[in-house]
Design a protein around this ligand. Structure first.
Ligand code: ADP
Ligand code: ADP
Length: 234
């Protein structure tokens, strides 16, 4: 399980020139197994929200609870354990170009609890799960955009995360490939019971796979709820 509660979360960036309230008093309730979409224009605060969830940033005020524990207070071993529970995929895939598909997927396992002799088997299983069986020894440059994102997804799953964060994961892909990658995410959500939080500026992504949605505008959540009720035609 991995219920996520954001309670009065604010994030303010202080630069030399200005103060930016990137996230303002956000309250969200993300339930275990949700595919929760956050949609908004550029600058709405979506990336900041993701960085708060993976603890790349800590909130200026407010609380973020995962299964009842305030993750913003985590330190040392507990912080490392939390980070392992969170997988992440990116718009531009963030693969290592000089390494094969297999080595890219193996990478997070180098720092994990999985015994050395089980790592390759685990990586091969995940490569199969994302539909890339047979391409283990290919380099990222030899793959299509959709295949690259499949590698990104396999790599994100290596440490058996409870939560998968997706940062504009289909924004660099064409419509057909977007559909295929979204179908894969839906599959993974069902098969592994993983909670997915995704940020996007594309309505079709939300409509296709998200059961819950939050709409962000200049740092605030201006609407949230079931996708069907939030985007019901009047
Ligand atoms: P989105 O992902 O929706 O485009 P961001 O979270 O990237 O929104 O940005 C929200 C606001 O916070 C923007 O005004 C952006 O310029 C500002 N911002 C984001 N990151 C930083 C930072 N590290 N320092 C200062 N301002 C930032
Ligand atoms: P995204 O498309 O993910 O929102 P951006 O292009 O807005 O990314 O930001 C890229 C990086 O620059 C991020 O790491 C963000 O923290 C940082 N950033 C964004 N806006 C500002 C800003 N106004 N001042 C300083 N850093 C910023």
């Amino acid at each position: 399980v991995s219920d996520i509660e954001l309670i009065n979360v604010c994030k303010t960036y202080q630069t030399k020139k200005q103060t930016v309230e990137a996230v303002k008093d956000v309250n969200l309730s993300i339930k275990s197994g949700d595919i929760f979409g956050v949609i908004g224009f550029s600058g709405a605060g979506k990336s900041t929200l993701i960085r708060l969830l993976n603890l790349l940033e800590s909130p200026t005020s407010g609380v973020i609870e995962v299964d009842g524990e305030d993750i913003t207070k985590l330190k040392g071993k507990k912080l490392r354990e939390y980070r392992q529970e969170v997988g992440m995929i990116f718009q531009h895939f963030n693969l290592l170009w000089s390494r094969t598909v297999l080595d890219n997927v193996l990478l997070p396992l180098e720092f994990s609890h999985v015994p050395k002799d089980e790592r390759e088997e685990k990586a091969r299983e995940l490569i199969k799960l994302v539909g890339l069986e047979g391409r283990e020894n290919a380099y990222p440059s030899q793959l299509s955009g959709g295949q690259k994102q499949r590698v990104g997804i396999a790599r994100a799953l290596t440490n058996d995360p409870q939560i998968l964060l997706c940062d504009e994961a289909t924004s660099a892909l064409d419509p057909q490939t977007t559909e295929e990658v979204l179908d894969l995410l839906l599959d993974i959500n069902k098969q592994l019971g993983l909670t997915i939080v995704l940020i996007t500026h594309e309505m079709n992504v939300i409509r296709k796979i998200c059961n819950k949605v939050a709409v962000m505008e200049t740092g605030r959540v201006i609407e949230t709820g079931d996708t069907l009720s939030v985007f019901r035609h009047p």
